[in-house]
Structures are given as structure tokens and as C-alpha cells.
Design a protein around this ligand. Structure first.
Ligand code: AP5
Ligand code: MG
Ligand code: ZN
Length: 214
């Protein structure tokens, strides 16, 4: 199964992706998580990535595509994958389209998690993230079992450096101008499963997604 999960920053893409990959036995590919791993390694590439991400700007298309291409060349993705946070621009969508043609693969599902913008700031400024495995929690909505500790790998949780009010505002503007047109383009193809996720629990959203995927 090859799927996409799309939506504004803080829509719950990563949260739902964790549940979807477990149910369907596929791999999670989050460009944001891949970039954050590179930043944690403190390489020159990581410094460059952080300069875009901390401000809430997009990483340039060419760099994003090269990193994704290298990741997807790993054998582990042969079981299928769920792309989270890619494609985010028209150039990336065109690349993905061509890559799938070259690999003789087709997109099975495009999940669009639609959340009212008013809910986003609270979700992101309360988010707790695992710097080791990428799992996400929320101080109020989805707290970890042990305070500030990842349920999955016991690593101490952090607040992402781009979860500041200024960066979130910019991420929202960038998503509306660059990524919403990509979602609209997919909607025209009739393949999009749109989930209205405003004011709904993680479980309710997940149930609606799995009902639609089948
Ligand atoms: P990325 O890591 O993809 O961040 P994002 O798109 O801003 O989305 P988030 O990860 O912030 O939100 P999410 O939808 O995953 O929500 P989550 O499940 O965590 O990208 C980061 C940066 O990397 C970009 O700004 C850019 O610089 C760069 N980048 C990445 N990909 C790129 C690309 N393709 N091209 C160029 N640049 C790229 O949930 C959020 C919070 O809400 C959590 O606390 C969660 O617990 C809570 N929550 C989730 N669901 C619910 C619910 N139903 N009810 C209440 N709370 C909920
Ligand atoms: Mg995410
Ligand atoms: Zn973890």
C-alpha cells in the first residue's frame, strides 16, 4: 500500500500516521522526521536544514527530493509506505508522480486531515515530541504515560524548535500558499479521502480513516 497523509501543520498527520502504519504494516516516511534526524547528527547538512525549519520555511525542493529519494531507495520500504509531509509543493508532487511511474507503483490512498485553523496553535504549542523515534504527544490532549517520557522508547520528550508562535504562524502561511494548491490538485483527481478532524479525538479520526481505507 502506498499512501499519502496531508494537512496543515498540526493537523495530526504524524499522530495518525503512527496508528495507520501499525494497522496496515507499512512504513512511515515523514520528511520532517528525516530532516530532524539529520539535524540531531549535527552535520553541515543538518545546520542548513535547521536554518529553514526553525523559521517555518520550506526546505528547497531539490534538497528535499534528493533526501527523500535516498531514503526510499532502502529495501525496508518494499512493504509499502505512508508519506507524511511530502509532497508540499507542485514541484514535489510532479516528482512523486514520475517516481511512482518509474517504480511501477500507484497511490492507493490520499488522506487529507482537515482541521480548523483555530485549533492548530493550541495543538502545536502543547506538543511534546520524541527526538529519538519521532512519536508525538500533547501536554493536555495526549499525555505520555510517564511525564515527559516517550511511551515507545523511554527517551526524554522535547518541544520542537519550530513550535513557537512565530514559526507556527509562518508554517501556516507557507502551507496555505504552497501546499493547499497541491491538496486541491489531488482533490480534482477524486482520490482524496477528506476527514473533518476538527474537535475530534485521535481515536475518532483514526476510525474514520480506517473506515474509508477499508
Ligand atoms: P513537519 O515535521 O512535516 O511538520 P508540519 O507539517 O508542520 O506538521 P507537524 O508535524 O507540525 O504536524 P502534524 O500534522 O504531524 O501533527 P501531529 O500529529 O504532530 O515539517 C517540519 C518542517 O520541515 C517544515 O516546516 C519544513 O521546514 C520542513 N519540511 C518537511 N517536509 C518538507 C517538504 N516536503 N518540503 C520542504 N520542507 C519540508 O499533532 C500535533 C499536536 O496535536 C500533537 O501534540 C498531537 O498530540 C495533537 N493532536 C493530534 N491529533 C489530535 C486530536 N485529534 N485532537 C487533539 N490533539 C491532537
Ligand atoms: Mg508531523
Ligand atoms: Zn520515542
Amino acid at each position: 500500500m502506498i499512501s499519502l497523509i496531508m494537512g496543515l501543520p498540526g493537523a495530526g498527520k504524524g499522530t495518525q500516521a503512527d496508528l495507520i502504519i501499525e494497522k496496515y504494516g507499512i512504513k512511515h516516511v515523514s520528511t520532517g522526521n528525516i530532516f530532524r534526524s539529520a539535524i540531531a547528527e549535527k552535520t553541515a547538512l543538518g545546520t542548513e536544514l535547521a536554518s529553514y525549519m526553525d523559521q517555518g520555511n520550506l526546505v528547497p525542493d531539490e534538497l528535499t527530493i534528493n533526501i527523500l529519494k535516498e531514503e526510499l531507495s532502502k529495501d525496508e520500504y518494499k512493504v509499502g509506505f505512508l508519506l507524511d509531509g511530502f509532497p508540499r509543493t507542485k514541484v514535489q508532487a510532479e516528482y512523486l508522480n514520475q517516481m511512482l511511474i518509474d517504480m511501477n507503483l500507484e497511490l492507493d490512498n490520499i488522506i487529507y486531515v482537515n482541521v480548523a485553523e483555530e485549533e492548530i496553535m493550541g495543538r502545536l504549542t502543547g506538543r511534546l515530541s520524541c527526538p529519538n523515534c519521532g512519536a508525538t504527544y500533547h501536554a493536555v490532549n495526549l499525555p505520555p504515560k510517564v511525564e515527559n517520557t516517550c511511551d515507545k522508547c523511554s527517551t526524554q520528550l522535547i518541544t520542537r524548535s519550530d513550535d513557537t508562535v512565530e514559526s507556527v504562524q509562518n508554517r501556516l502561511e507557507v502551507a496555505k500558499s504552497q501546499t493547499m494548491p497541491v491538496i486541491e490538485f489531488y482533490q480534482e483527481s477524486g482520490k482524496v479521502i477528506e476527514i473533518d478532524a476538527s474537535s475530534k479525538s485521535v481515536e475518532t479520526v483514526f476510525n474514520e480513516i480506517t473506515k474509508s481505507i477499508g
